[in-house]
Design a protein around this ligand. Structure first.
Ligand SMILES: *Cc1c(COP(=O)(O)O)cnc(C)c1O
Length: 392
């Protein structure tokens, strides 16, 4: 075994967290300022402004100081009340999981659940809302990462807006890697973070909040305050003249600042294009090696993660272990329902580079052959290169 389990791998091609950009790692090493130092307060305000620019948001986003699960749970706790009827849209493990949080705050929960290799149909949402005019909150996960599938949130958002319900969107693993912004999908709460496509470590949530979501949260007597789960506590913290409710994660803010600079300087369209091309090349290689994509249709396959079905007779954990032990390459497993049934190759932030599709496919082919599934590495790599070179 060339790469033992207790030594660092060569490259992490997972669906997050991913290794941060080198500049972000250097940013994490900046001076840790006292949070009430005027220089830090001014810096914090600037980072929030950059986040607003990156999110193309009409309101000021909120930074919460924990990885995005904090933001998702806080959204459910702050926005949903026992008087709400919630429609949860579940096309995968994260979408389904949000329903459990929603149910903690309102027992009136409806759900549309698809197969976990499918996507939510906006027409099904329209029909459901027509049958249930009482729905006041809709929740959807944009990229259900454990499936590598994308839901059409802009279309779903338009349907929800027509109905008048509030919309909560989990865009943790799509924002920054493809065209998605809170205003475009008419989200009332849009949760994302630095630890997927922005190429920074896990530790923060970025939340887009609409004016009417602020109003609804303020009117909710049970919305957390003086709590790690509070969104309301942070409403004015962006301003250099207002206090923080508690100490922000100073080093993580330093990292986020660099990640946002990199994203804006490269140009969002260019960043999305390299995510899309890396995924497209990977999908072509997967198919050329006789493997099957997990996503039911190419159109719903994620540009930030490629999931393929575990071949008959292959042990998925053994496959990933072989890839790591032989080549030092790390892939992600499925989760929950998809665990053991698929393997995921991430294309996020610094790993969203087309040539890494080649790395992933070569390692995958070698490992498959070693454990008894015949895969032609030349076919996989050739198909990927054809996609890459077609773009020039
Ligand atoms: C990564 C991710 C999160 C953050 O949660 P973890 O499971 O702790 O990584 C939330 N939602 C989605 C869709 C994600 O991909």
């Amino acid at each position: 075994m060339r790469y033992p389990d207790d030594a660092e791998p060569v490259i992490t091609l997972t669906s997050g967290p991913v290794n941060a950009y080198p500049d972000v790692l250097r940013g994490l090493g900046r001076t840790v300022l006292y949070d009430y130092d005027p220089a830090f307060q001014a810096f914090y305000e600037k980072v929030v402004e950059k986040a607003q620019e990156a999110m193309r948001l009409s309101t000021r986003p909120v930074i919460l100081h924990g990885e995005p699960v904090l933001g998702l749970e806080a959204a459910a706790a702050s926005l949903i009340t026992p008087d709400d009827t919630v429609l949860n849209l579940a096309s995968g493990v994260y979408g389904k999981g949000f329903g459990y949080w929603a149910k903690r705050y309102s027992l009136n929960l409806l759900e549309i659940e698809t197969a976990y290799n499918e996507a939510i149909d906006p027409q099904a949402v329209r029909d459901m809302l027509a049958r249930h005019p009482e729905v006041t909150v809709v929740c959807v996960c944009h990229h259900d990462t454990p499936s590598g599938t994308i839901n059409p949130i802009d279309e779903i958002g338009a349907v929800v807006a027509e109905h008048g319900a509030y919309l909560i969107v989990d865009a943790v693993s799509s924002f920054g890697g493809m065209k998605t912004h809170p205003d475009e999908c008419r989200a009332d709460i849009y949760i994302t973070g630095p630890n997927k496509c922005l190429g920074a470590p896990p530790g923060l949530t970025m939340a887009g909040i609409s004016d009417r979501a602020w109003a609804k949260m303020k009117a909710n007597p049970a919305a957390p305050r003086a709590s790690m789960l509070s969104i309301l506590d942070w409403e004015t913290a962006w301003s250099r003249t207002e206090p923080f409710p508690f100490t922000p994660s100073v080093a993580e803010m330093n990292g986020l600042d660099v990640a946002l600079d990199l994203y804006l300087a490269e140009g969002p369209e260019a960043v999305w294009a390299r995510h899309a091309l890396t995924a497209k090349a990977t999908r072509a290689g997967i198919r050329a090696m006789g493997l099957e994509l997990w996503a039911a249709r190419e159109a719903i396959a994620s540009p930030t993660t490629t999931a393929f079905r575990t071949p008959e007779g292959i042990d998925e954990a053994k496959l990933r272990h072989e890839v790591r032990a032989r080549y030092g390459v790390v892939f992600s497993s499925g989760r929950g329902e998809t665990l053991g049934r698929l393997t995921r190759i991430g294309h996020m932030g610094p790993t969203a580079q087309p040539i890494y599709a080649v790395t992933a496919l070569a390692a995958l082919a070698g490992a498959l052959n070693a454990i008894g599934f015949k895969a032609d590495p030349g076919a996989g790599v050739g198909a990927a290169m054809a996609e890459i070179d077609a773009v020039g």
